[in-house]
Design a protein around this ligand. Structure first.
Ligand code: GDP
Length: 612
């Protein structure tokens, strides 16, 4: 048996995909690339040529692939969908063609991602509808590096005008969808013109061959050279008595970290310094790199939790509740605007709804539609998503790992997506202000982390909402008392108390948007001060409408908010409510429920016994 081509792992590898309308010459080009770069089994081509001769049919380069898949069926380990060829520069893996469900699934889940593409157009047939759809699909999937090979130039007598016309037409289409091809190469895959070697057939062309063009694709920098991204998987406490330290565990997805690095946890914006790196089962290290699972301890004992994304302070991820994404839908049930799903990104999981379906591409038919309002099974769509709470992420083109998510419907993964852009939500300006506030806050020698470590509980806000007369003020008072009795710093902050100093005339025009905003702002800043002093603030203001929940949450960041909504008339609770109570019947029982929620969210430690 002849020697199989070997991938040597110290060589650079690149995944590429070759796409084009049926019969435009994809298999022929792949066969050519394999043959012309000596990447086939030794004697393979000769064997196929001999078979063709015996059967009296003309040899085709595409047969090299068919024969490969036959060999594969006989148990020989070569994957026809993943043929590869080598150049001096690197090894290429050719991923199966798009339009295939498997390809799309792999692309959106990151299982096998094409880094670059060769789009093929038949010079004789010209730009077909499918040529456009393929271009569109690539742009949807975030494949930004593209070359166009104009094939079968022999059929048009190697005519430059034909080539130029196709280039002009297709280039202008690609620019409409935001794709800038690196070059157009006139080729004949069958005869090998300008695939691996330039030939005399097209002396008017002075650009690169297909091989030179793919060698010019840029490889993204190795993961450890990218920005630091470590999603927090879990937080453990040291067991030793009196040791207050926690270990923050996670996998370094990209970048590196070192002892002494200043880091920030997003979306909460809590900052600290890495004190030590504890790798599992290996000696304590001073640095960790992409791919490693580590536990770190921090200089300040801040409360971070699963789902936070750790980065360096000078290379922050994006934060928003609104994202523009391209998704591939696998769910049996269509994805519909308004329905709630779960979005999972890194270690975070959050409720999400589709805000808008921008455009939909039916992957099996490759039929594009900008008027569809839902996303069906096997559609690729550009959508705008709104998450319940702000999440930390990146655009896929910046950091691939944190720019990728899945959508869960019930218990099933129903779709996968890549994030193309941040959409500024209503809180964007406020969020960046509070981020700045956090970085600039003049701190005393006693930090919030010190206070939390001493009191043994986290500071934060419990926000009650619901109509007047529902009994929420009474419930709030009992919660304050319960917390106090358990030695937990708590403070009831009624809206009235905060607004006493505010001009009455201003209050009278509280309907006015601007005044309202000011009041909310004022309220949030006061709450933030109390929280910074280590208290659990309990709020019952009627001034704050449901829509302002998010504003308050933003204002008190990095502290967290737990929201309790009381709605006796079963009106719809806002998207970001943690607990909905229909009516207050038994106040203490309701306080129990809120206490359980506070324990679950890590605000207060789990209790051994009640002391009421
Ligand atoms: P695919 O469907 O895109 O994979 O296309 P194939 O590679 O199977 O090619 C379809 C047909 O076009 C085959 O009969 C090939 O021989 C033919 N073909 C491919 N490349 C060329 C070329 O450069 N010149 C000519 N004349 N025919 C070609």
């Amino acid at each position: 048996m002849s020697a199989a081509p070997v991938i040597t792992y110290d060589r650079e590898q690149m995944n590429i995909v070759i796409v084009g309308h049926v019969d435009h010459g994809k298999s022929t080009l792949v066969g050519r690339l394999l043959a012309d770069t000596d990447s086939l089994f030794e004697g393979h081509e000769a064997k196929i040529r001999a078979i063709c001769e015996r059967q009296g049919k003309e040899f085709e380069y595409a047969f090299l692939l068919d024969a490969l898949s036959e060999e594969q069926e006989q148990g020989i380990t070569i994957d026809a969908a993943r043929c590869f060829f080598k150049t001096e520069k690197r090894d290429y893996i050719i991923i199966d063609a798009p339009g295939h469900i498997e390809f799309l699934k792999n692309m959106v889940t990151g299982a096998a991602r094409a880094e670059a593409a060769v789009l093929l157009i038949d010079a004789h047939e010209g730009v077909q509808e499918n040529s456009r759809r393929h271009g569109f699909l690539l742009s949807m999937l975030g494949v930004d590096q593209v070359i166009v090979a104009v094939n079968k130039m022999d059929l048009v007598d190697y005519d430059q005008t034909t080539f130029d016309r196709i280039e002009t037409e297709y280039r202008s289409f690609l620019s409409e969808i935001g794709v800038t091809p690196q070059c157009f190469v006139p080729i004949s895959a069958r005869d090998g013109d300008f695939v691996a070697d330039p030939t005399k057939t097209m002396a008017w062309y002075s650009g690169p061959t297909v091989l030179q063009a793919v060698d010019a694709f840029e490889k993204e920098p190795p993961k450890e050279n990218q920005m630091l991204r470590m999603p927090v998987q879990d937080v453990y406490r040291f067991n030793a008595q009196g040791d207050q330290r926690r270990i923050v565990a996670g996998r370094v997805e990209t970048g590196s970290l070192r002892v002494g690095d200043r880091v920030v946890f997003t979306p909460s914006n809590k900052t600290s310094t890495i004190e030590s790196i504890e790798s599992f089962n290996t000696p304590v290290a001073s640095a960790a790199h992409a791919g490693q699972s580590v536990g770190i301890t921090l200089a300040e004992q801040i409360y971070v939790r699963r789902g936070d994304l750790m980065s360096h302070v000078d290379a922050l991820p994006q934060v928003s509740t609104m994202i523009r994404a391209n998704i591939f839908w696998l769910g049996r049930e269509s994805m519909t605007p308004g329905k709630r799903y779960k979005l999972k990104l890194g270690t975070t999981s959050v409720n999400v709804v589709i805000e808008e379906v921008v455009s939909v591409l039916d992957a099996s038919e490759l039929d594009s539609d900008t008027n569809k309002s839902q996303v069906n099974r096997h559609d690729v769509a550009e959508i705008i998503l709104r998450t319940r709470n702000p999440i930390a992420f990146d655009r896929t083109q910046e950091v691939e790992h944190t720019g990728r998510f899945v959508i869960v419907d019930g218990y099933d993964i129903a779709g996968g997506g890549i994030i193309r852009d941040v959409v500024e939500d209503a809180e964007a300006a406020l969020r960046s202000e509070t981020r700045q506030r956090e970085f600039r806050w003049v701190k005393g020698l006693v930090t919030l982390a010190d206070r939390e470590a001493r009191s043994g509980h986290q500071a934060g806000l419990v926000l009650f909402s619901g109509d007047a007369g529902t009994g929420k003020a009474l419930l709030a008072k009992h919660l304050e008392r319960r917390l106090f009795n358990q030695g937990i710093g708590s403070y009831l902050l009624d809206g009235t108390n905060v607004l006493l100093g505010v001009d009455h005339e201003e209050l009278a025009v509280a309907e006015r948007e601007e005044t309202r905003e000011k009041l909310i702002r004022h309220y949030g800043e006061v709450a933030h001060l109390f929280i910074d002093s280590g208290q659990i603030v309990i709020s019952t203001t009627n001034t704050i409408g449901l829509a302002e929940h998010q504003t308050i949450a933003t204002l008190i960041a990095p502290a967290e908010m737990v929201s309790v909504h009381i709605c006796p008339h079963h009106d719809q609770a806002p998207l970001n409510t943690d607990l909905v109570l229909a009516v207050i019947e038994d106040v203490e029982a309701d306080v129990d429920r809120i206490m359980a929620l506070l324990q679950e969210r890590g605000f207060v430690p789990a209790l051994q016994s009640t002391d009421d």
